[in-house]
Design a protein around this ligand. Structure first.
Ligand code: HEC
Ligand code: HEC
Length: 477
């Protein structure tokens, strides 16, 4: 029995990415435009990674995914100053041209069974089914894929000084994956593995992937490095309280570039994400909007000053974490509830003391809004966050372990048990694995604690943290 106990702090995990695929709320027209509200609201997968080293400008690709009963929808917004493509033959060598790809493993337990879709800028596609059951030719004919690119159907695209970007929009029917996927269409919470890629071109050729390749590996055909996607039934919810005047002005005036409700857009950064912002104070935000940011795509806004002030208030509201708006109550009593009746410290660490099963809450008020913290105590999240999936396993030598999955690969699983011990278990040591449906985080504290206890607990939690942005008045640059 190979069992390894690792120090939590020494964990080296492979840099795999995770992304939640939200359900589309209305039909997506495959026209290469991405003008549907669902595309605007969907978060991007995050920056693509470049295998080192790369000479010349690294050009980013903004990829997004959506789903419905029928299809997986994929879009790529490809920033590209030198767009060229000439392969027009079906299944031709499109990856020499400016090209995007998605490689999909519909079953995380059989990650080596994957399907490829490679599309160049003029809309030529190459497909393969790299699966253990496919016995046909090297290429494969998927059923019913619809897609459009910016230069769709042209016989050739030559580089031009006007080049800035191109788009691919695709709908891939789930029925193509019925042989491997657990469910088609997927169910809420189903996990698949996939990677998104971009490559090719003549001048300043690019090669980048969403989920990074391991050091030294260059082949995109490395399914072990694919990221994890989770199908989520919940629609994308706005983070902002409804009816704020600045929100309406923002969503009307700024979402050509920034995302709806302060998320990241195709051409502008998220204004509400939890990160370090360049512009923090009201003055800086006001100036950035009124005058634009020289040397960047951010334009001067023609809005009247009164509207800009409302938008500034709105952006600051989006960024506020609990520490900016701490809840009223008896903080010392809240600490007692945390360590006593609430039993929070059995699973959560605060300032170096407490359990390991849940996230460390030492800086929770600097990271999360009061509303988020309150909801964590009273409402189960629509799906269990990565790293906290509860599981019960039986090993081949008959031991039973209950805990949460910290990390999972094809060949092994890292499991933190309820005693706080970390187990590294190889797949062939596991006789049975049962994933539990409910997070270990109780979500009924509005019923098990009194109103006063809950209020005081929130007062305590909303003071655990450092003020990271707020209104310190310092300029970060
Ligand atoms: C044409 C695209 C575009 C439009 C329209 C646009 N922005 Fe921007 N915005 C950007 C880009 C790009 C940046 C990043 C600039 C940089 O690199 O510093 C940015 C940055 C910002 C920043 C600074 C973020 C930070 O923390 O440093 C703020 C604030 C902002 N935009 C607000 C707005 C508001 C409000 C509107 C609508 C009135 C708006 N933007 C419209 C593209 C745009
Ligand atoms: C049996 C273990 C357990 C207990 C008891 C528990 N939690 Fe949790 N908690 C978790 C786990 C696991 C997560 C992460 C998974 C999730 O969010 O569902 C979590 C998540 C949270 C989060 C969200 C953190 C974030 O940044 O996403 C907060 C806040 C939280 N717990 C607070 C509390 C408080 C306060 C108590 C006591 C009233 C408590 N928890 C009791 C296990 C527990």
């Amino acid at each position: 029995m190979k069992e390894v106990f690792l120090l939590l702090t020494g964990l080296v995990c492979f840099g795999q990415q995770t992304y939640e695929i939200h359900r589309a709320t209305s039909p997506i027209r495959i026209d290469g435009k991405l003008d549907e509200q669902d595309w605007r609201r969907a978060p991007s997968t995050g920056d693509f990674n470049f295998p080192s080293p790369k000479e010349g400008e690294k050009e980013q690709t903004v990829a997004k995914l959506l789903w419905d009963e029928e299809n997986l929808y994929v879009s790529w917004y490809v920033n590209d100053r030198h767009i060229s493509a000439s392969v027009t033959q079906r299944h031709g060598p499109v990856s020499k041209d400016d090209c995007v790809e998605i490689f999909i493993s519909p079953n995380p337990d059989k990650v080596k069974n994957y399907y490829t879709f490679e599309i160049n800028a003029i809309g030529t596609m190459l497909n393969r089914a790299r699966t253990d059951w496919w016995t046909g030719p090297p290429t494969w004919e998927p059923d019913g894929v619809q897609y459009r690119t910016t230069f769709h159907g042209q016989s050739k695209k030559e580089e031009s000084p006007e080049d800035t970007h191109w788009i691919v929009e695709a709908a891939i029917p789930f029925k193509n994956f019925a042989r491997d996927a657990a469910h088609t269409p997927p169910r809420d919470g189903d996990r698949w593995r996939l990677n998104l890629q971009r490559l090719g071109g003549i001048t300043n050729a690019q090669s980048s992937t969403w989920s990074p390749l391991p050091p030294g590996v260059r082949s995109f055909h490395t399914p072990e490095a694919f990221g994890t996607v989770v199908f989520v039934s919940a629609q994308i919810t706005s983070q902002a309280p409804a009816g704020e005047p600045g929100r309406e002005i923002y969503n009307r005036s700024c979402t050509q570039c920034h995302g709806q409700d302060g998320t990241a857009g195709d051409r502008g950064p998220a204004l509400a994400a939890r990160r370090r912002y360049l512009r923090v104070t009201e003055r800086d935000l006001f100036d950035a909007i009124k005058q634009g940011i020289p040397g960047t795509l951010m334009p001067a806004s023609p809005l009247p000053d009164a509207d800009i002030t409302k938008v500034v208030a709105y952006i600051r509201g989006l960024r506020a974490t609990a520490i900016d708006t701490p809840a009223q109550g008896d903080v010392a009593h809240g600490a007692q509830v945390f360590n006593g009746k609430g039993r929070c410290s059995e699973c959560h660490m605060v300032n170096g003391r407490g359990g390991l099963l849940g996230p460390d809450l030492s800086n929770i008020a600097g990271e999360r809004s009061l509303r988020f913290i309150q909801e964590s105590l009273t409402t189960a999240k629509p799906h269990i966050p990565q790293g906290y999936q509860p599981v019960r396993v039986v090993t081949t030598d008959g031991r039973r372990i209950r805990g949460v999955v910290r990390n999972e690969h094809n060949f092994s699983m890292q499991l933190l048990d309820t005693e706080g011990k970390l187990h590294l278990l190889a797949r062939d040591e596991l006789r049975d694995v049962q994933y539990e449906k409910q997070s270990l985080m109780p979500s009924d504290y509005d019923k098990t604690l009194s109103a006063t206890e809950l209020r005081d607990l929130l007062a305590f939690l909303s003071r655990q943290g450092r003020r990271s942005d707020g209104d310190s008045g310092r300029r970060r640059r």
